[in-house]
Design a binder for this molecule. Structure first.
Ligand code: NAP
Length: 310
């Protein structure tokens, strides 16, 4: 009997997944019926994107897991009707994409690329940037993405530190955890990169008090989630020169409303939640592996701890 895999993401994604996901599940050795339309009581696995219309998981009495296509799970982790394992997206292409985006935006600020390209005063041989090992960069969040970015930036020579909820040991990288560690991490962050999940514990973590602890003129790069940042406090810190620039990929409301004060701000760069998208081919391998594991009675990969929200 084939397993029934319900594709419960938006209709627009179906053409991207229909063939590659079917192929990936088959290559994993599982015979599957992949469809957008399966009677709830017959569904074995739910492939899910949080902008799906599916909100009530109660009728899916036979389902073994919800396999999320996104890395962030804030829109589903607290759903009280969801009682089966929730697995989030971890795949090498998503990690690589984030490493590329973070590295590019870090280098832009480290090198002062904008100022040198615009050069309105036609300055020649101005004082250049320090070399990377004299630039202190901190990753807030040392999970799948934060750790990979920290390692890549270290590889470029940056003086890298990281902060996470639980203590970590990573070769060549100074690590901090907990609230004392947060203050120490902030104090050395000439460039702060936030790769934390959106949870009750991380909401408005980067507020006026946090910005005040950073070195004057620091840069904030946020590809994590919008609610990590206290928006009015960020604007105030930029206007006061406490921060020199913020590059933001994620926001409380997306798309960012046209009248939002971030748009006209000269020291804010907005990117349209593009830091690292889910690529269907690679995401399908992760989904297929979890279906294979479910059918083999093995523990699922990347299971969300819903008590923590990530
Ligand atoms: P992850 O593997 O779950 O890592 C999360 C990290 O955050 C972990 O190091 C965790 O600490 C830390 N953390 C969580 N709560 C914390 C707290 N209260 N205090 C301190 N540290 C805390 O997640 P990931 O795969 O790296 O992804 C991170 C986030 O990136 C996602 O949640 C998503 O929001 C965002 N994202 C954005 C894009 C984009 O295109 N912009 C794409 C993908 C993902 P521990 O290690 O101690 O658990």
């Amino acid at each position: 009997m084939p397993v029934n895999v319900l594709f419960a993401a938006t209709d627009a994604l179906w053409p991207d997944y229909e063939t590659v996901l079917q192929d990936a599940v088959q290559a994993a050795g599982v015979e599957a019926n992949l469809s957008r339309d399966i009677a709830p009581q017959d569904v074995d696995y739910i492939v899910y994107a949080p902008d799906s219309a599916l909100r009530d998981f109660t009728p899916y009495t036979r389902a073994k897991a919800v396999l999320n296509l996104w890395a962030g799970v804030e829109k589903i982790a607290g759903n009280p009707t969801l009682t089966i394992p929730l697995c989030r997206m971890v795949d090498p292409a998503m990690t690589q994409g984030m490493v590329e985006w973070v590295t590019g935006h870090t280098l832009r600020h480290h090198l002062g690329i904008d100022a040198h390209i615009r050069n309105p005063e036609n300055l020649w041989h101005p004082l250049g940037p320090p070399v990377a090992w004299d630039r202190r960069v901190t990753l807030f969040g040392l999970g799948e993405l934060g750790r990979a970015c920290a390692t890549a930036l270290k590889g470029l020579g940056f003086d890298v530190a990281g902060w996470s909820r639980t203590a970590k040991s990573i070769d060549g990288i100074t690590t901090y955890s907990g609230s004392d560690g947060f203050a120490l991490a902030l104090a050395r962050s000439e460039i702060a990169i936030t790769l934390l999940p959106d949870t009750a514990a991380t909401t408005n973590l980067f507020d006026a008090a946090a910005f005040a602890q950073m070195p004057k003129g620091a840069v904030l790069i946020n590809p994590g989630r919008g609610p990590l940042i206290d928006d009015p406090a960020l604007l105030a810190a930029l206007d006061a020169g406490q921060l020199s620039h913020a590059t933001l990929d994620v926001f409380r409301v997306e798309p960012v409303p046209q009248d939002h004060p971030f748009w006209p701000h000269p020291n804010i760069t907005i990117t349209p939640h593009i830091a690292s998208e889910t690529r269907p081919y690679y995401a399908s391998q992760t989904v297929a592996e979890n279906i294979r594991r479910g059918e083999a009675g093995l523990p699922f990969l990347h299971v969300v701890d819903r008590s923590l929200g990530y």
